[in-house]
Design a protein around this ligand. Structure first.
Ligand SMILES: Cc1cc2nc3c(=O)[nH]c(=O)nc-3n(C[C@H](O)[C@H](O)[C@H](O)COP(=O)(O)OP(=O)(O)OC[C@H]3O[C@@H](n4cnc5c(N)ncnc54)[C@H](O)[C@@H]3O)c2cc1C
Length: 485
């Protein structure tokens, strides 16, 4: 069929689709395991591995100079996690204070987190070191299909004018998918409002650029409704509060929580999580042991409903309890300009003066009506999985199946269940495989765990070397001294 359609076929043993942090980490591990650049292609519509992440963090109020959520050891550029980001920044800033912070965190200080800019810079350095740029091929991936003779065809549309044909096919034995978030998820009532009134100015999603909201508040006092209780809601609130302080603004903030957490919650003495003032507090997206401790092991052992129940107990929307931001909220409540409320929004309508009216109902049966200049939806990023074309095609034609959480079902080595093709294998990591045996898979550390498990499977199949202690130590020495793999 490819021949008849005039689509040229190129041979590369290993293809990674996405070209974000997941693909970067996968290729980093494979290069460390001795795979040459000629055996790997990364197919991506992004110029750099950090492009999408930079866009999303910037929009959601984490500009390069701000500190992200993960800890000092979660380094996408360094599979050993040593020396940590705290050591890196302490050296760079000539600031022993940061070393003191990791020593006494989280008891005497907040957890150390690196700046977003540190992540960009260190990933760039590692990309140079492993010759990432030689493996990158730009374009939009259309589909991944099994070949009759084993392995896969990946169909790519290169950027216009860069190739003699509109499409090219890559024939490979192995494919890795890391396509990130399928899209933005909007709250239903807000999406309805935006479509009905064609208003994309006053109702915004925190993951899309919405700088105009903050600019407008600088020119004229206004009221903002913030919806959501996760890390992005806390970032947006902090921006509103910082601006208030810095520019002497009079912004009023109405913060709507669907579930209003009033105190510590959870079951038993070991599964409790602090909370209060509406928020559930947790330093990282999952408890630390879900990344590499007993919770990780427990998830692997459990299946079906028991695994789902554990996921429900340890997952959910949380945010880190940071001292400065807590103080700002306290001042806001005292000064009567920050109004946290429990509310479910029934509908949003335009007011006669063009502002927004949110009609709400609360758990105690009360109704409310809140007029605001803007609404910022901080509730979610991922749209439904079939919204991603490649994943939808895999479900329809590639033998892939959904797990209980609606994502791709994968085995313990992250091979997508039902997609084996002859001696070939198709793997996936990141958001597309949440809800399987490893809850933290959509994080820097999670991506590294997945990449190491995939590489171990590929070593078993003879594609790369095992990452034993000698290779690992030798490669770490190369990493520290900045020598090529
Ligand atoms: C605001 C924010 C903050 C975060 N903070 C942290 C943190 O502090 N610590 C942490 O561990 N994790 C954090 N994460 C999670 C982390 O960003 C993800 O785990 C990681 O980026 C996932 O990597 P990925 O490769 O799956 O997706 P991405 O990095 O999003 O990359 C996917 C890439 O695939 C490309 N693509 C998709 N479809 C196609 C196609 N058909 N053809 C070609 N290219 C395609 C996209 O353009 C994109 O470049 C954060 C996420 C967000 C959104």
């Amino acid at each position: 069929m490819l021949h008849e359609a005039g689509i040229p076929v190129h041979d590369v043993p290993f293809v990674s689709v996405g070209g974000g942090l997941g693909s970067f980490i996968m290729t980093d591990v494979l290069r460390i395991c001795g795979v040459p650049t000629s055996s790997i292609k990364v197919l991506s519509n992004s110029d750099t591995p950090w492009q999408t992440w930079e866009y999303l963090t910037r929009a959601s109020q984490l500009p390069p100079g701000e500190r992200i959520r993960s800890d000092a050891g979660a380094r996408p550029d360094n599979i050993w996690g040593f020396p940590s980001y705290a050591v890196h920044e302490a050296w760079q800033d000539r600031s022993p204070k940061l070393l003191w912070q990791v020593l006494v965190e989280p008891i005497l200080t907040d957890f150390f987190s690196p700046r977003a800019a540190t992540v960009f810079a260190t990933v760039k350095r590692e990309a140079d070191r492993i010759s990432y740029w030689d493996m990158l091929a730009k374009g939009q991936v259309r589909m991944v299909r099994r070949r009759a003779g084993g392995g896969y065809f990946t169909l790519l549309t290169p950027p216009a004018g860069t190739a003699p044909t509109k499409r090219v096919a890559i024939r490979s034995q192995y494919v890795h998918l890391a396509v990130g978030y399928p899209g933005l998820k909007f709250l239903e009532d807000l999406q309805r409002f935006r479509e009905t009134y064609d208003d994309y100015h006053r109702v915004v999603n925190a993951y899309e650029p919405h700088e105009h909201v903050y600019e407008s508040l600088k020119k004229r006092p206004g009221t903002v409704v913030v919806r959501g209780a996760g890390i992005v809601a806390s970032r947006v609130l902090q921006r509103l509060m910082d601006d208030r302080e810095r520019y002497g603004l009079h912004t009023q903030i109405v913060h709507m929580f669907r579930t209003f957490v009033t105190g510590p919650h959870g079951s038993g003495p070991w599964m409790r999580r602090p909370g209060g003032d509406g928020w559930a507090y947790q330093a990282f997206t999952f408890p630390k042991s879900a990344f590499g401790g007993q919770l990780k092991a427990q998830f692997r052992r459990l299946e079906g409903e028991k695994r789902a129940a554990l996921a429900k107990a340890v997952g959910g929307t949380t945010t880190p309890k940071l001292r400065r931001w807590q103080e700002q909220m306290r001042q806001g409540r005292q000064g009567n300009w920050y109004h946290p409320i429990q509310a479910v929004v029934d509908k949003v309508e335009p007011a006669p003066d063009g502002r927004l009216v949110s009609h709400t109902s609360s758990n105690d049966g009360g109704y409310g009506r809140y007029v605001s200049d803007f609404i910022i939806d901080c509730t979610g990023l991922e749209a439904d999985m079939p919204e991603h074309r490649v994943l939808a095609d895999l479900l329809e034609h590639g033998g892939a199946r959904r797990n209980g959480a609606g994502r791709l079902a994968v085995g313990e080595n992250f091979e997508v269940t039902g997609t084996a093709s002859g001696g070939g294998a198709l793997y996936a990591s990141g958001a597309a495989v949440a809800g399987n045996h490893f809850p933290a898979v959509d994080s820097f550390l999670g991506m590294q765990t997945a990449a190491l498990d995939i590489a171990a499977d590929l070593a078993r199949r003879g594609f790369c070397a095992d990452l034993g202690p000698a290779r690992s130590f030798g490669q770490w020495l190369k990493w520290v001294t900045g020598r090529p793999v």
